[in-house]
Each structure stands twice: as structure tokens, then as C-alpha cells.
Design a protein around this ligand. Structure first.
Ligand code: SPV
Ligand code: MG
Length: 550
């Protein structure tokens, strides 16, 4: 890829007419490039207007430099900057050229007026012109300073604007060319291109010629070609177009106090994101950020059951809404999840769903909750099973570190198992006991264990020793989402689906060769099944450590 300066030189010295389009900030510069233009005119008028000041050097040159840096960073095509008079003497110009090159600006145009200048279309004929010698010195200084030989220095002749005539314009153009200018910008404020064409004829291609047909815009472009113009600058049209659109939009919204009639006339927000290359950042985050941070976990809480063992306490509400320590269990879970940056929280309700009044959650419903078990409730939220989804029973209280550590797991499916609860399984035991490939060794780095079997159907396996109890929390991550969904589909095709629990899904995953990973914990959680549990739960919320032991 050619340097930007080399691209600008090609535009200037090529045999065809080229066009530079005005831009005044990073966004408009990008729009110019996307439209197909081969170069950008960083207009002094529009950059100053964009900053809300006059075209009278009210913005300092370093402030202009800042704008140019954004424009240059946003684009790959060359920028010719309108450097006014060079913001001072030859020495100011030297420093300017140095800074422009550092920022990837391809060329500088300076005009033969005095600092501070004013726009050529404001009382142009009364504006004093620079001494030819002095201005030629600036051009020499610029050429001597540039490091890249392709950097272009354009001398802008204001003699026609000031009404000093063709002869003076020619004299100046010649002097500036002799001083090293790479091109001459001949400016006019006339409504027709007559004086520009006269100049072009006299100039006769001694150096590339640039024109700015803002006032003589009705001249057919073909005539510019015929007069061997090298570059036409469309100097201010994006800013002017933006101003009409902004004025109209602002006034409509102000009058109507509504967005209804404007919305369809503007680009969607997505287009702004595209112009900003938002997509690129998302990809970079995937590459450079810690995976657990960018995966944005979500959570599904199963809160369908009433918990009838709690009697009157759950007459009017599901178990998850039972207040413990003054706050419903579910509200505690949601708070806990939010502290882990989990914003997308889905609760699947069943019994008395209208009592679940927690802000900011998505509420789904298992209408068949009375005739089905928790797997059917979970299936209601299947579309919410994604990469990094926490699934949890709604009657769980747990210390925060458990969720934190679970979110760190990178296994497809991870279940939390309390190894304090080791039990010779008998048919009297209730709870989701599990057999793992290795027991918990309680070391700092706990063993890399996986599930072998869930024992909720203990009577079938009287001899098995459980390694712990599944607490009712699991994480689905990465490829786990597909495994999880496939497993639910398999089980849904069974006629006894409504009698199945999440533990049946865990067993199914073992059966198909994808046993869930075990994250061992030792206590620090409890679920609420009966009245004594409610008391323990209340103590738990006050910080009392409760270890479930059978
Ligand atoms: C500019 O765009 O700032 C110019 C061109 O200098 S003009 O406004 O026509 O003088
Ligand atoms: Mg200007």
C-alpha cells in the first residue's frame, strides 16, 4: 500500500482530474473514503465550524492538529489540510509540517494572506495579502522541513479573491512555484469560472492546478477537465448537508416532543456502530480479554415449585419467594448474581407466578408445573441456555464465592457438589447424591473430578457410596450448550419426561460420554425444604456457617 503522501502526489501529478471531498472530523472523513473519494480536504472553514468557532484562527493550530489526527486515524486515503496562512511565520510552518507528517497528513495548503486570516468569502477584496518574498520563504521552509519527499506543499493564491487581477495572480503563482510549491491552488469567489479558466490558460500546466468551485459550482466538471485542472475540491458540502439535517431534525423533535416522525429518516444506531468499527472491538475482546469477563454470563433460576412441606408459609407464594432474613430467597440470589455482573436473569415460575415481583428479571412460566418436575421447568427456558449460563434452583442460599468459582470453570458442564455430605445411600435418603470418579481430597487445588452417577434413585443402587450432594447449581459453557440442549431433546422424547429431574439430564450426559465436571465445595450453602431449614437459612443470612451433615 502506497503511503498517503505518495497517494496525494499521484492525484496531483496524474493525467486525470481528481476530486477531494471536504471532511471536518473522523466520522465525516470516513464517510468521504467510503463514498469512493481518493482524498480528503480538511477544510479550515468546516473544521472551525464543527468546533463551533469562526474561520479566523480562533481554534489554535494544535486544536486543528487534534482534529486532523482523528481524521487521519479513521481513514486510509490522503488528507490535504487547509493550513490557512501556516498559523504564523516560516518557523510556525516548519513545526506544522513536522507535526502533520507525524500524524500521517499527506499535504499542506497555505494561502498568501496574513495571520489571523478570515475566510475568503467574507469581505475577500479588503483582505491584505502577504508579501511575495515572505510567503515564498514559508514555502521553502515547508519543503526543507518535510521528511517524506512525497509530502505535498500547495501554495494558494488569493490575488483573484482580493481583486488584484490575473497578472498579480500569475506573478505570485510563479514565485511560489519557484520556491518549491508542488501545486498552485487558484481561488475565486466569482459565480462563473471565467477568471479561473483565464488563469489556467496562462498557467499552462507549469505545475498541477487545484480549484475550489464553491461559488462557480454550476460550471460543468467537463470544463475543468478541458482546462487541465488536476484537482477539484468540494470544500464544505458535507458540513452544510449535515447542518440542514441537524437543523430539521432538532426542530422537529423539539416541536413534536417525540421521535416518531424523524426516526425513519435517519440511519439506525447500528450504522453508527458500523462506522465506528464496533465489530472489530468485539473480536479483539474475544482475543485479548479474559474469557470469563467477556462471556457475559446469564442465569436461569428454577422457581416453579411451591414447597408444600413448608405448609402455610408457602400457601400464597412459591418457595423461592419465601422471606429469609427479611428478603425473599430469590431476591437474594438475584442480588448475588448481579454482584457477579450477571445481568440477564431468567426465572421460570410455576406456582403463584404473580407473586414474583423482582425488577429486571425475565419471568417465564411452566404452566404444567403441577404435573411435571424440574427438568420440564428448565426446558421452558431452553432458549436461554447459552455460552456461560448458570442454572440454579430458586431455593438456594449460598456464599458468594461458590458462584464466583463456578463462573471460572471452562468445562462444557460443571456441577457444584458438596463433599461434606457423604452418605451411604439408602432408599430413605432424599437429595441429589452423586458418585464421582474421585472423592474430594480437600486440597487447595481440588481434584479434577467428573460425575459417574446421580443417586436420587437410591433404591436401585444400595451399595454405592456417594461422594457428595449436588447443591442444585450448574454452569453450561462453550460446547456445553449444544450438549445440554441435545440431552433435553433426547429426554423430551421419552414418555416419562414429566417425571424427570435435572439429575436425569446429568446422567444422560454421562451416558453419552460427556460427564459433567465436579466442582467440590464443603458446605457454605443450603436449600430450604422444611421448617427447620427456614430457621437455619435465617441464621445463614446472618453469617452463621451451616454445614449440612446427615
Ligand atoms: C476552506 O474550505 O476552509 C477553504 C476554502 O479555505 S474556502 O472556504 O472556499 O475559502
Ligand atoms: Mg480555509
Amino acid at each position: 500500500m502506497k503511503s498517503k503522501a505518495a497517494q496525494l502526489r499521484d492525484l496531483l501529478t496524474g493525467s486525470v482530474l481528481n476530486f477531494l471531498m471536504e471532511a471536518h472530523n473522523g466520522l465525516s472523513a470516513k464517510i468521504v473514503e467510503e463514498a469512493g473519494f481518493a482524498g480528503i480536504w480538511a477544510s479550515g472553514l468546516t473544521m472551525s465550524a464543527g468546533l463551533g468557532v469562526r474561520d479566523n484562527n480562533e481554534a489554535s493550530w494544535t486544536q486543528v492538529l487534534e482534529v486532523l489526527e482523528f481524521m487521519s486515524d479513521a481513514t486510509t486515503i490522503p488528507i490535504l489540510v487547509d493550513g490557512d496562512t501556516g498559523y504564523g511565520d516560516f518557523n510556525s510552518v516548519r513545526r506544522l509540517v513536522k507535526k502533520l507528517e507525524q500524524r500521517g497528513v499527506a499535504g499542506l495548503c497555505i494561502e498568501d494572506k496574513l495571520f489571523p486570516k478570515t475566510n475568503s468569502f467574507i469581505k475577500g477584496e479588503t483582505q491584505p495579502l502577504a508579501e511575495i518574498e515572505e510567503f515564498s520563504g514559508k514555502i521553502k521552509a515547508a519543503k526543507d522541513t518535510q521528511q517524506d519527499s512525497n509530502f505535498c506543499v500547495v501554495a494558494r493564491v488569493e490575488a483573484l479573491i482580493a481583486g488584484w487581477g490575473l497578472q498579480e495572480a500569475m506573478r505570485r503563482a510563479e514565485a511560489y512555484h519557484a520556491a518549491g510549491a508542488d501545486a498552485i491552488l487558484i481561488h475565486s469567489k466569482k459565480k462563473d469560472a471565467g477568471e479561473i479558466f483565464e488563469f489556467a490558460k496562462s498557467w499552462d500546466g507549469r505545475a498541477p492546478l487545484i480549484i475550489v468551485p464553491t461559488m462557480y459550482y454550476s460550471t460543468p466538471t467537463e470544463q475543468f477537465r478541458a482546462h487541465k485542472v488536476s484537482i477539484v475540491i468540494w470544500a464544505n458540502h458535507l458540513l452544510r448537508a449535515a447542518v440542514s439535517a441537524m437543523q430539521q431534525t432538532a426542530s422537529t423533535i423539539y416541536k413534536e416532543e417525540s421521535l416518531m416522525s424523524v426516526e425513519d429518516h435517519m440511519v439506525p444506531v447500528q450504522e453508527i456502530f458500523r462506522l465506528q468499527k464496533a465489530e472489530e472491538l468485539i473480536k479483539a475482546e474475544e482475543k485479548y480479554l479474559k474469557s470469563s469477563f467477556i462471556k457475559q454470563p446469564n442465569a436461569i433460576i428454577l422457581a416453579a415449585s411451591r414447597g408444600s412441606e413448608l405448609g402455610e408459609l408457602t400457601q400464597a407464594r412459591p418457595k423461592a419467594m419465601l422471606p429469609v432474613g427479611g428478603k425473599p430467597i430469590l431476591a437474594r440470589l438475584v442480588e448475588d448474581f448481579r454482584s457477579h455482573n450477571i445481568r440477564d436473569i431468567t426465572v421460570v415460575a410455576g406456582y403463584r407466578p404473580e407473586t414474583i415481583n423482582i425488577d429486571g428479571i425475565e419471568l417465564l412460566h411452566n404452566p404444567d408445573f403441577e404435573h411435571s418436575k424440574d427438568l420440564a421447568t428448565l426446558a421452558c427456558a431452553l432458549q436461554k441456555v447459552k455460552d456461560n449460563t448458570l442454572i440454579m434452583y430458586g431455593d438456594l442460599l449460598l456464599r458468594r464465592y461458590i458462584v464466583r468459582d463456578l463462573l471460572e470453570s471452562d468445562a462444557p458442564i460443571t456441577i457444584v457438589v458438596d463433599s461434606n455430605v457423604r452418605q451411604k445411600i439408602t432408599d430413605k435418603v432424599k437429595g441429589d447424591y452423586v458418585v464421582c470418579n474421585v472423592p474430594d481430597d480437600r486440597s487447595i487445588f481440588r481434584p479434577d473430578a467428573h460425575l459417574v452417577k446421580c443417586l436420587n434413585n437410591a433404591a436401585d443402587n444400595p451399595s454405592l457410596q456417594a461422594h457428595g450432594q449436588w447443591i442444585g447449581a450448574l454452569l453450561v459453557s462453550g460446547t456445553g450448550q449444544e450438549l445440554f440442549k441435545e440431552s433435553i431433546k433426547r429426554l423430551q422424547s421419552r414418555p416419562d419426561f414429566s417425571t424427570l429431574s435435572v439429575t436425569d439430564l446429568l446422567d444422560d450426559l454421562v451416558a453419552v460420554g460427556h460427564p459433567p465436571r465436579i466442582m467440590y465445595v464443603s458446605g457454605n450453602w443450603l436449600d430450604v425444604n422444611n421448617l427447620p431449614d427456614v430457621e437455619r437459612a435465617s441464621a445463614f443470612t446472618q453469617g452463621v456457617t451451616y454445614q449440612r451433615q446427615l
